[in-house]
Design a protein around this ligand. Structure first.
Ligand code: NAI
Ligand code: MG
Length: 348
């Protein structure tokens, strides 16, 4: 098959790592039995500064015609972060109902975790990606006055919560340990979070083969650091899982290796695949961004497209390279983006 891939490099190191990702996908396709047709979409902060928009008129309609979306990062020092995020990434996630954000974390061979028991990390963080704290609900009144008030209202729907729980149980069921941790804050947040807990245990009845644990989000951070072996899959809200997955990435060695998939599990719309890191102003343009997160992301995209064999080949090549200590500076090495990319292509 020939897959039509929409490529949105975005800003900063997003452009550097996605170029590397496309090179690796082409190399994989050369000695595999599939092809990819990437199409670059220049939707970025630079474009926004020139034209006043990230996604052009009809942009989402156009995106619908692709098999998958490969995304870099969005964020610029010249545009407020809430403008860039809401201008590009969130309209795609929300417009295409990519409600399941999947973030695997484990310590790749040759990579050092800040934890002494880092080897025990083999997790999947599942983030509710369509509602909750990032529903965009709220407002500000009396701007700048002493009586100014801002509200930021989380929105949780039974439909939204039930489907993310069901997705998480399905995913947990497919893993060897079949264990799922529900992460909420239902002691302090007594409406939406209590509903999360209730619906979780309703859905759990359909999955007697999956063992469960309930953890408050603050306690979960300590469990991740102190008892990593007790965690397999975790499911949490948009905000909580956003934070926990950055922690998971850091504990598994670097933000520069962590991948993510924004899935529309019903496949009504294309899903979007991206490294979890941002545009990294501090290293942009230096050619030293770690492309491993993007390669791992590409493997998740191939898996989603039904190319499991190619995905496994790519993961193996990635692990060969990390094990050989071809590491960028974030992992303590001196390799450039290009050198890591060449090494992965050679390993393929
Ligand atoms: P960031 O992820 O861009 O960078 C955090 C730190 O990690 C920096 O020190 C950076 O150098 C390092 N880092 C990140 N990716 C790396 C890689 N591949 N290789 C080596 N080092 C890497 O997060 P930050 O600094 O908070 O945000 C920068 C911009 O990115 C902001 O505008 C922010 O809004 C945006 N952002 C966008 C995201 C997205 O598009 N999904 C996600 C996170 C942030
Ligand atoms: Mg984040």
């Amino acid at each position: 098959r020939n897959y039509k891939i929409a490529v949105i490099p975005g800003d900063g190191i997003g452009t550097e790592v996605l170029a590397a990702g496309i090179d690796v996908l082409h190399a994989l396709a050369r000695n595999g039995d599939f092809a990819i047709s990437p199409q670059q979409l220049p939707w970025s902060s630079d474009q926004y500064l020139h034209l006043g928009h990230y996604i052009p008129d009809g942009g989402l309609e156009r995106l619908k015609t692709f098999d998958a979306i490969f995304f870099g990062a969005v964020g610029s020092e010249k545009v407020p972060d809430h403008v860039s995020l809401w201008g590009l990434r969130l309209p795609i996630c929300q417009g295409f109902d990519q409600y399941a954000n999947v973030r695997p974390a484990r310590v790749l061979p040759g990579v050092t975790s800040p934890l002494t028991n880092g080897k025990d990390i083999d997790w999947v963080v599942i983030r509710e990606n369509s509602e909750g704290e990032y529903a965009g609900n709220g407002g500000r009144v009396h701007r700048g006055l002493p009586i100014e008030v801002a509200t930021e209202t989380s929105v949780f729907t039974r439909r939204g919560v039930e489907r993310i729980h069901r997705f998480s149980f399905e995913l947990a069921r497919k893993r060897p340990r079949k264990h799922l941790t529900l992460v909420t804050k239902s002691n302090a947040q007594r409406h939406g979070m209590v509903m999360w807990d209730e619906i979780f245990y309703e859905v759990a009845k359909e999955y007697p083969d999956v063992t469960t644990r309930r953890e408050l989000v603050d306690a979960m951070t300590t469990r991740m650091v102190l008892k990593p072996a007790t965690i397999d899959v975790m499911v949490a809200t948009n905000l909580h899982a956003d934070i926990l997955s950055d922690l998971a990435a850091a504990l598994s060695g670097s933000l520069g290796i962590a991948p993510t998939a924004n899935l529309n599990p019903e496949r009504e719309f294309p899903s979007m695949f991206e490294p979890i890191h941002g545009s990294a102003f501090d290293i942009a343009g230096k050619g030293i961004a770690n492309p491993i997160a993007t390669f791992w992301t590409a493997a998740m995209m191939l898996e989603h497209l039904g190319e499991a064999k190619a995905a496994a080949r790519l993961m193996k090549a990635i692990e060969t390279v990390t094990a050989a200590k071809v590491h960028t500076p974030d992992l303590g090495g001196t390799a450039t983006t290009k050198q890591v990319t060449q090494a992965v292509i050679a390993a393929l």
